[in-house]
Design a protein around this ligand. Structure first.
Ligand code: F3S
Length: 391
């Protein structure tokens, strides 16, 4: 890969050990993917924030990097941590876990990375402009950024996003190139998609069946909302490695573009594969994190009622603040629900917090709760989940 004189000097350690480490990593990745050169990125979004997912080796890596003077050089944000950083005690997070998590946050703080702790950075922070290059790691946000915001990002890992945060650069390959963003599959949707859950099921089916080829989704009866596109993005990324989708009519496709059709039957099969026939005490919403509109809807549905089961609503601190000012957080909590920030149902120590199974509206949450947390899961739409919590 071609490096400028300045980049070579960084690689040789002339600007310190932390920058040299970061450059080494990006050059190694660039060489693997035959990148031509480095390009500038406007922001970085870093995964691997929860102590549950990175453990002691990850914490040690962050301790070392922050002690070597690593500092973000561009706008840099974090994926969800392993707990609500304010109310963790009340939610039953074990003390030793919390201690480790707070140390992780301290390391990121030393590196001047904003403690956004959300997988919807496009809601919580400055959203990337159309055509902007970024280095984001959260898989659902990557699909959303490429497909809905028309920004350019590869699906970064935590370390490469951190390296990009330090250097403000990324190797030019993959989703940063227009020629790599051409759909190779035409997905015709043969049924009406009625809810957020239907979009989540469609995304899961696409990820599971189309490998890494970019789908062009067509034949939708109605224009999807942003929250439905958010659900679609998350589940595409959960079951497969597709980094983007397109819904643009008339967009050019690969010459060997194939066609796939999806009907209610396929969506039903996905739903069955992620559902256990059980009663659930916990209902978890917010994978990806809930938007202001979703919190408003939940607040409206529960207003003046009493929850019979535990309803946990996960969102970003930024969205929480706005929803709190509007009274929606208060309405949900008055009915007996909890609005939880900074974390989610997958990366927090749910079992240690007494959760053994959950009902959710997200295929991504169900997928990882089953595979990583070995939990029983059930699927319903957001409205269905809220009604279940009240029933
Ligand atoms: Fe976000 Fe956690 Fe789901 S990071 S996309 S809420 S698994």
């Amino acid at each position: 890969m071609y490096l400028t004189k300045a980049e070579e000097q960084i690689l040789m350690g002339e600007e310190g050990e932390a920058k040299a480490l970061a450059m080494n990593l990006l050059v190694a990745i660039g060489d693997v993917y035959e990148a031509r050169r480095m390009i500038r990125v406007q922001s970085a979004q870093i995964s691997g924030v929860s102590y549950k997912t990175i453990g002691e080796p990850g914490l040690e890596f962050l301790r070392e990097l922050s002690s070597k003077g690593a500092v973000a050089s561009i706008k840099s944000m974090l994926n969800p941590a392993g707990m609500d950083l304010v109310r963790w005690r009340r939610l039953g997070v074990p003390e030793d876990f919390a201690g480790k998590q707070l140390e992780i946050m301290e390391c990121f703080g030393k590196m001047k990375i904003e403690p956004t702790c959300t997988c919807i950075p496009y809601h919580a922070c400055t959203a990337p402009a159309k055509g902007e290059h970024v280095a984001w790691a959260e898989s659902s946000a990557v699909v959303f950024a490429n497909s809905v915001m028309e920004a350019y990002t590869n699906r970064e890992g935590g370390p490469t996003a951190l390296a990009s945060s330090i250097l403000g650069k990324t190797p030019l390959y993959g989703m940063h190139l227009d020629e790599e963003r051409v759909p190779g599959y035409d997905v015709k949707v043969k049924c009406k998609l009625n809810s957020d859950l239907d979009f989540s099921l469609l995304g899961y089916w696409i990820g599971e069946n189309l490998g890494s080829r970019i789908p062009r989704i067509s034949n939708l009866k109605e224009t999807p909302s942003r929250d439905q596109l958010k659900a679609l993005s998350a589940s595409i990324a959960a079951s497969g490695s597709v980094p983007m989708f397109s819904m643009r009519e008339g967009i050019e496709t690969e010459k060997k573009c194939e066609t796939a059709t999806v009907d209610r039957h396929e969506l039903h099969q996905i739903s069955r594969s992620l559902s256990d026939d059980e009663e659930f005490e916990h209902i978890c919403l917010g994978c990806p994190h809930l938007s202001f509109e979703e919190l408003k809807l939940i607040a409206t549905l529960v207003s003046g009622k009493d929850m019979r089961r535990k309803l946990w609503c996960f969102t970003s601190r930024h969205v929480h603040e706005i929803a709190e000012r509007s009274g929606y957080v208060g309405s949900i909590e008055k009915a007996g629900g909890d609005v939880i920030c900074d974390t989610c149902m997958v990366v927090s120590p749910m079992r240690e917090m007494g959760v053994e199974g959950m009902l959710t509206n997200s295929c991504k949450a169900a997928h990882y709760s089953k595979s990583l947390n070995r939990m029983a899961t059930g699927l319903m739409s957001l409205e269905g989940c809220v009604q279940y919590a009240l029933a």
